[in-house]
Design a protein around this ligand. Structure first.
Ligand SMILES: [Zn+2]
Length: 243
């Protein structure tokens, strides 16, 4: 019975195998396409074409006002690019299609404009907001780590993502009050080396700024360990963008 089923399935698999083979051959013969507009990439450009790269809209200044319940522990929050359709497309690839190179291409293209906004000589540590352990298992990596590494290198400072751990999964928060949620998220963060945090100016890194509540909670935990000023940088935000 089982083998008959396998035999029935096999012919249906052949078109898929052929399709995969053809895709591989086509990729070898033709240059790859722009992730955003699907036009062919030429002239040594990788992942994103020069036109799409130039069309991303850099916001150019940080947000300094937050509507978060409780104390605000973050001084400044950069959401670097406008949340327009091309940028949403880029973020979707970053989160769900395991394509890690495009974000480096965008950050390198806008490197000087990004660094001009940041307190370059003041930041001591760059730390990724840790993923939920379950998401980390599903994805195999934290997609924010590439941006953190890029920032630490560009700012010539220390990468400290290993100093923060997310110890439990906080999935069902809908029945909790705002205060209970903060406590629930707070209890999910662990610091692995408090001494390395003390008196340091920290730049937290996330992909998208939504409410800022999670980063603010982590910032509160870091302040309990004696952290100095804490800023946040994200790629974009649906809250202040044009979309
Ligand atoms: Zn393009």
């Amino acid at each position: 019975m089982e083998s008959a089923k396998t035999l029935q399935l096999f012919p249906r698999m052949i078109p898929n195998i052929l399709k995969d083979l053809c895709t591989g051959v086509v990729d070898l013969i033709y240059p790859p396409l722009c992730l955003i507009c699907d036009n062919r990439l030429e002239g040594g450009y990788s992942e994103i074409c020069p036109k799409c790269l130039a069309n991303f809209k850099l916001i150019g200044k940080p947000h300094e006002q937050f509507s978060i319940p409780g104390d605000v522990h973050i001084s400044k929050a950069w959401a670097l690019f406008e949340f327009d359709e091309p940028f949403q497309n880029l973020i979707h690839h970053l989160k769900y299609s395991r394509r890690r190179k495009p974000i480096g291409v965008v950050l390198n293209h806008y490197k000087s404009q990004i660094l001009d906004q940041l307190p370059v000589d003041e930041i001591d540590l760059v730390i990724s907001i840790p993923l939920h352990p379950r998401k980390l298992r599903e994805r195999g990596y934290n997609q924010v780590d590439d941006m953190s590494r890029w920032l630490a290198e560009s700012l010539n400072t220390t990468l400290g993502s290993h100093l923060v751990k997310r110890t439990k999964y906080t999935s069902t928060q809908t029945k909790l009050s705002a205060e209970e949620r903060v406590e629930n998220v707070r209890a999910a963060f662990g610091i692995t080396d408090g001494f390395a945090i003390k008196d340091n100016h920290i730049l937290l890194v996330d992909d998208v700024l939504t409410t800022g509540a999670t980063s603010n909670t982590l910032a509160g935990v870091l302040k309990e360990y004696g952290a100095g000023e804490i800023d946040l940088i994200t790629l974009s935000t649906p809250r202040f963008g044009s979309a």
